[in-house]
Ligand binder design. Structure first.
Ligand SMILES: Cc1ncc(COP(=O)(O)O)c(C=O)c1O
Length: 396
């Protein structure tokens, strides 16, 4: 007998989760579809090192595969790696974390931040982000039902956080503040007064701070400081870092979270049930990265410094005001003197001169007059791109 099944409840599509459905697709995807189909295009759009992973690190990964270290590791990650990480944090920031209780190795900062947010944020809780900021933050918060409260910062104020604006944004629903210094996309760092003021706000209002310090090793003039080093802040900060940018290891998917035990206990449960552990091969490679690759990291930093100096001066000469980034590998020049909106600027530049840059609005509304250009590209490509940009600006 043939059964006819009748669906009276709506389409399968209607079953999609609201939060996931409501997240807008990445604002730059359409744009990059054009980039990939444009021959001879130079992309200053990519947010990853152009260097290959230092060979000694890759070689260790290959050894790990050959020697059969291809199984699950402890959920928290290899103890040797956790030991190296806590030693490095203590040396750099004077804060001690227990390798047994207060560190979890994750699949990049991306996964670390996701499970950190899920450990803290209930639906309806507010999380303050500082715009312009990394494109994933808003989606990460919204996917778990959190409410994003964005504080704008401006080039005219050196992208410094206005503390009064921040204070006003704190409500009874605020759970956390998410920081990222050095910043993607502005390259700005945070000064000690601002950091101290944020710590005060966090303590007075019982807030958590998520501190994404993924660019901490790509820092130019000043030393990198972390909010964890301020009194009372280790207890309420989730420190996030990783190997993607520092060691040109984006594809290895490895990062780590450090935090107080009460928080890591909860975070670890989410990690256990959703990921088990970070990739074993990458963890072995990261041990080599932590033990023996400081010279390679310094070499990359020196290269970025040369490129930064060049690209900043070329943008300013072209009449597009550009602050010199204190860290990371991005510049965020102001394109408003051209009279074009940044999306129009980016699209025309791509079509007429075959240079891809990211319109600043994707990092938050306050970025709309800007474009983000990554100088994680060869000096030769940067020179050619800047010649083309100069020609484009003159043609307007
Ligand atoms: C600020 C920031 N955080 C996190 C990430 C992602 O890092 P990971 O590769 O460790 O997941 C990026 C990547 O561009 C980033 O710019």
């Amino acid at each position: 007998m043939k059964l006819t099944l009748v669906n009276k409840k709506g389409s399968p599509e209607s079953l999609l989760a609201e939060a996931a459905k409501d997240i807008p697709p990445s604002g730059i995807r359409k744009f990059f579809d054009i980039v990939y189909s444009t021959p001879d295009c130079i992309s200053l759009g990519v947010g990853e090192p152009d260097f290959v992973t230092p060979w000694r690190i890759s070689d260790t990964g290959i050894f790990a595969i050959k020697d059969g270290y291809t199984h699950y590791t402890p959920n928290r990650g290899l103890l040797q790696l956790r030991n190296l990480i806590t030693t490095a944090i203590e040396r750099q920031h004077g804060v001690s974390y227990s390798p047994e209780e207060e560190i979890v190795i994750t699949m990049g900062v991306s996964q670390g931040l996701d499970i950190a947010l899920r450990s803290i944020v209930n639906p309806g809780d507010e999380v303050i982000i500082i715009e312009p900021c990394y494109v994933s933050y808003e989606a990460n918060i919204r996917l778990i039902g959190g409410v994003v409260v964005a504080i704008p910062t401006f080039a005219g104020e050196n992208f410094r956080i206005d503390i009064n604006r921040l204070k006003k944004a704190v409500t009874s629903k605020t759970k956390a503040i998410l920081l990222n210094y050095p910043s993607n996309p502005t390259g700005s760092s945070i000064d000690s007064d601002t950091m101290a003021a944020i710590a005060r706000i966090a303590i007075e209002n019982n807030l958590i701070v998520f501190s994404d310090e993924i660019y901490s090793s790509i820092i130019y003039e000043n030393e990198h400081r972390s909010i964890i080093s301020l009194p009372g802040m280790k207890e309420r900060t989730v420190y996030l870092n990783g190997f993607s940018k520092s060691h040109a290891m984006t594809g290895w998917r490895l990062g780590y979270v450090a935090g107080p035990q009460y928080l890591i206990d909860v975070l670890l449960k989410i990690h256990q049930y959703t990921a088990l552990c970070a990739p074993s091969i990458s963890q072995y490679a990261a041990i080599e990265a932590m033990q023996n690759a400081d010279r390679e990291v310094a070499h990359m930093r020196a290269e970025y410094t040369k490129r930064r100096n060049y690209i900043v001066s070329r943008f300013n000469e072209a009449g597009l005001p550009c602050l010199s980034p204190q860290g990371a590998f991005y510049v965020f020049p102001d394109v408003s003197p051209t009279g074009l909106h940044s999306e129009e600027f980016a699209m025309k530049l791509l079509k007429e001169q075959k240079v891809a840059v990211v319109p600043g609005g994707v990092f938050g509304a306050c970025g709309t007059n800007h474009i983000r250009c990554s100088f994680a590209n060869s000096m030769e490509n940067i020179r050619t791109a800047m010649k083309r940009i100069d020609k484009f600006v003159k043609s307007l």
